[in-house]
Every structure is written in C-alpha cells, then in structure tokens.
Design a protein around this ligand. Sequence first.
Ligand SMILES: N[C@@H](CCC(=O)N[C@@H](CS)C(=O)NCC(=O)O)C(=O)O
Length: 258
Amino acid sequence: MARAKKRRATAKAVRAKTKKKKSARPAKPIELYYWPTPNGFKISIMLEECGLPYVMKPVNISKGEQFNPDFLKIAPNNRMPAIIDPQGPGGRPISIFESGAILQYLGRKTGKFYPADERARVEVDEWLFWQMGGVGPMAGQVHHFKNYAVETLTYAINRYVNEVNRLYGVMNIRLKDRPFIAGKYSIADMALVGWVNGWERQGQDINEFPNLKRWLDAVKARPAVQRGMTLGLELRKGIDMKDPNVQAVLFNQRARAS
Ligand SMILES: N[C@@H](CCC(=O)N[C@@H](CS)C(=O)NCC(=O)O)C(=O)O
C-alpha cells in the first residue's frame, strides 16, 4: 500500500518535471514570409503589437520568389504574406496564407486586438473584410495604373482614383465618432494603415478627410506600427518597378504561370 503510494508520488513528480521542462522551452519563432508592402506590413505590425517572437523570411516579389515551389506549398496564390507557426493548434506547425486569415489567426491565438465578444468581433470582421475586398485591391490598382504601368491609361487611373476617394470618404464618416475603425484599436486598423499611408501615391489629399487624417496620425504614432512598417525597407532599395524584368515578373503573370 505504502509502496503504491510512493510510486504514484514519484510518477506525479516526474510528470510535473516534464511539464515544467516543456513550458520552459523557448517558443520557436513564427516564420513570416514577407516583402515590405502594405499587405506585408499588416502582419509585421500585428507580430510587433503582440510581442510574438518571429523571424522574417524575405520573399523578393520583384525577382519572382513568390513562384518558388517551396513557397507555393504554403502560399498557393503566389502572393506574400504567409506565416508558419511552429506552435500551431495542438502544438503542431500550421501554415497560413492571406493576410486577413493570418490576422484573425494571430488575434485568436493571442487574444489580442480581436475581441472574443461576438458583437465586437463582427464589427472588426466587417471592416477587415471591407479592407480586404475594397481598399487593398482598389488602392493596389491605383498604384499599378498611376505609378507602375508603362502605358498611361486615363480611364483606368480615374476609375480607381475615384473609387479610392469614395472608400476614404466611407472611412472618414466612420471615424467621425470613434477613435478607431471598429471602435477599439484592432486588426482592422492594422490592415488599413499601410494602405492609407500611401494616400499621396493614390491621387488623394488626406486633408480632405480630417477624421481619417487624425486616425492615420494616431495609428502611425504607435511604436509597434512604426517597427512593423519599417521592417525590411532596405530590401526594396534600388528596385525600379519600371524595369522590364520586374514588370515581366509582376505584371505578366499569366505568361509566367502557363
Ligand atoms: N489578398 C492577398 C494579397 C497579397 C498580395 O497581393 N501581395 C502582393 C504584394 S502587396 C504580392 O505578393 N505580389 C506578388 C505578385 O504580384 O506576384 C493578401 O491579402 O494576403
């Protein structure tokens, strides 16, 4: 009887020691597949805001590294950002592509900047998806037609500049009576800041949108946002988006994919 009791106590002590050892192991860093662009910044900002350990793995999209077979295994749409979290659900690694999905995952993982309360979460989701389907793609088209296209297509430029102008107006109204897009600072603000920061290149005047300007200044004043939006900027130095080789990689993708 006494011996059995002793055995149980020893087993318990061993289990406790193993558990302690496991939790004492430093967390493996999240791998961030990244290039310094507004879509990349969303994730570098969130990782910085949460203080999560991460290692940046550059994906030089001007050289076509987004088409590398190894990258396609984790990001089948050949676009960055993507992450691998070695400590995913069940303690096993998980890879994620699409910046919105990554933001939601990190929000759920950390319990930060993505409220658990359903009503508050729906609001964050609304503005996150609004960014994903609106501001990102439309501003992306302005960047392309206004700044990178070798041909000047006035119709395309006007169409996308006007659409971005409308979207800025929506944000300006929304921010009239709340500090951040979903009320409290959240992943939806992180998704937007890199895009709105490029207002000048999008043919907009931020001064026409005073609430949006106030929001932009407030978000950019956060140290984690500053760290996130400067991550890897040096990698982009010397790259000319009008270089025919860069154009061939980035803007002639059908030929490349076929
Ligand atoms: N919907 C995607 C868009 C990502 C995206 O467009 N990334 C661009 C850079 S901002 C890219 O990787 N471009 C590579 C290419 O055009 O080949 C997301 O939000 O993750």
